[in-house]
Design a protein around this ligand. Sequence first.
Ligand SMILES: Nc1nc2c(ncn2[C@@H]2O[C@H](COP(=O)(O)OP(=O)(O)OP(=O)(O)O)[C@@H](O)[C@H]2O)c(=O)[nH]1
Ligand SMILES: [Mg+2]
Length: 461
Amino acid sequence: MIAGNDTIAAIATPSGNSGIGIVRISGTDAVKIADEVIRSRSGKSLDLFSVNSHTVHYGFIFDGNTVIDEVLCTVYRSPRSFTSEDTVEINCHGGMFVLNRVLSLLLSKGARLAEPGEFTRRAFLNGRIDLSQAESVMDIISSENEFSRSNSLSQLRGSVKEKVSALRDSILHETAFIEAALDDPEHYEIDDTYKNELRDKVYEILATIRNIIKNADDVRYLRNGINTVIVGKPNVGKSSLLNLFAGFDRAIVTNVPGTTRDTISERISLDGIILNITDTAGMHKSSDEVENIGIRKAEDEISKADLIIFVMDSSEKTDEEDIEIIDKIKEKTSIAVLNKTDKGSVITENDINKYTDMPVIKMSVRENTGFDELRDKIKELFIKDEIRDNEIYITNKRQTELFKKAYDSLSSVINSIDRGMSEDVYTIDLMDAYAYLGEITGEDISDDLADKIFSEFCMGK
Ligand SMILES: Nc1nc2c(ncn2[C@@H]2O[C@H](COP(=O)(O)OP(=O)(O)OP(=O)(O)O)[C@@H](O)[C@H]2O)c(=O)[nH]1
Ligand SMILES: [Mg+2]
């Protein structure tokens, strides 16, 4: 599969001006094309065909007799490259004009513009990495905290691939035995002893997968962020709190109740935790049509939230409207913020505890007090600090869903054994589980699915 791939090229660094920008070429003619355009200062060939793999060469990009840029190029010879193909990475000066000029030149010499993710797709098709590793490449690029980075790196190194292969091997081993017994009952027998062994084996695999699914759940927030919605009556300081989280004036703050009409969202990173935080219109009985639309939107946000921050003005007594809000959020993980403590509080934690057992934090957003307590409480509620080195933490939704499907199929195997069903029923379920696990590493995926997965990658990767 490695031979005969057409040659693709793309700018691999983000658009905008920077010190260095990289143009990447991969495929059968990568070295030929690079050798044609990169020469010594005096225009002599660098003879890139005969250089060792993984070596860097200094030269100039020539378009005919015109010098376009002074560059360093790294040559990787097949199969020792990311794509497994011959690859050349050209370090140019980082202006977009220069990079585009170099790219156009490479295209005019026979390279084709790469599609998003096409380099990684080639690495996958050439067997260099499996699909779980390809997905982790994207995860590393988009990681926003230390956990995501180190976890994606471990997956890129093959932690998921190894675990999945081991599970598939044991499923295949059992299926092969059952098939053999069905074909050749004289030599292989499916007796009660075997069925008990099979049940134990499947239980063991189920326990492993259950642990993987549980771990995925534990770290979901670390990767995707906690969907956090700020609610409360008008004028209690919701938008002020959003601004404090964001670190800038994201939302309009005034002393006029009903200032926020629409929902306002911001993704923020706070000490390694990511919050997808939404400020909402103050909830109360209103005859204003626009305000009521905002209030309905706020209610809609509550239903999608992982966390509700319920803000109150601690200098005013709790009333009917607060209790109605508490009622709307009672099914959700919530924190009550008693704001404006600088004005002197008339409500206390005990007053809130009459209605709900949600944790209570006293704050003055204006004077920036209580924010650390709020952050620590969020951490305590959502982030399991025990990330163990040798465990697998799946953060990719597609992979998690497939583990769940494999789990269901294997549960059916146990069910069939217990109900005394015939062996061919559970080989079907065993093989389904085998196939679902195969989709995780990409052993059993269609071209359409591969297209979809890789199209979500960025250009030049
Ligand atoms: N004294 C005091 N005032 C505050 C505090 N936090 C916010 N405020 C003031 O309270 C008023 C309302 O603040 P906002 O953040 O707009 O309140 P809101 O809950 O978003 O209001 P709506 O959008 O109308 O629902 C503003 O004048 C803020 O400056 C605080 O901790 N102490
Ligand atoms: Mg507001």
